[in-house]
Design a protein around this ligand. Sequence first.
Ligand code: FMN
Length: 201
Amino acid sequence: MDDPRSRTGQPLAMGTMPRILVVYHSRTGFTQTVARQIARGCGADLERIVDAAGHERPGDWRCTLNAILGRGTGIAPSRHAPGDYDLVVVGTPVWCWRVAAPVRSWLQRHRDELRRLAFFCTQNGAGQDRVFRDMKRLCGRAPEHTLAVRDRDIIRRAHRSAVRAFVTALQQPPGLLRNHRRRRLAALGGGGPSVFQEQAD
Ligand SMILES: Cc1cc2nc3c(=O)[nH]c(=O)nc-3n(C[C@H](O)[C@H](O)[C@H](O)COP(=O)(O)O)c2cc1C
């Protein structure tokens, strides 16, 4: 349904829920699990970034090469228009300390349609800072929040408090997280290795 907020680009009134799109790429399901949890938590639309070139299938070495060389890949057209959303949440697996090639291509394709942003990534355990830096550079603007989740936490379901903190933060009007609330969310999401962070400008 068309939402007038999206077309005006005006700040949301207090108490109005932002319209959120969660987009992600996933080869083996970890990023998809987290994307679905975030989308369910905040009533967001969900879109999987589809590798149209077929290079990102498990076992295909071109996915590693694309990541290392910082190359994108062919992706299918988006089903949702990112410009229709107040906030877009972009999720990627970490590949060789880099953003996954399909996500790189999606950010390059849609960078001019994005307003408010948040990022998340899944990983074995290393590379999140570089990945978030790359994503910020690719779309030319900073995320309001980030979430990094380790595979082993997803398997043990130890990532859920960090996801809850992230979802709560996404639903706040921008810049309106009060200090006590920020501390509470940080305590909720920062206690384990899967980390939610509100980003400073
Ligand atoms: C080609 C490739 C490179 C990877 N490089 C890293 C890495 O640099 N750091 C890391 O922590 N995990 C790395 N991983 C692990 C993935 O980031 C992790 O398993 C992720 O959760 C996979 O997401 P998915 O199941 O949604 O595809 C790599 C995985 C692949 C396939």
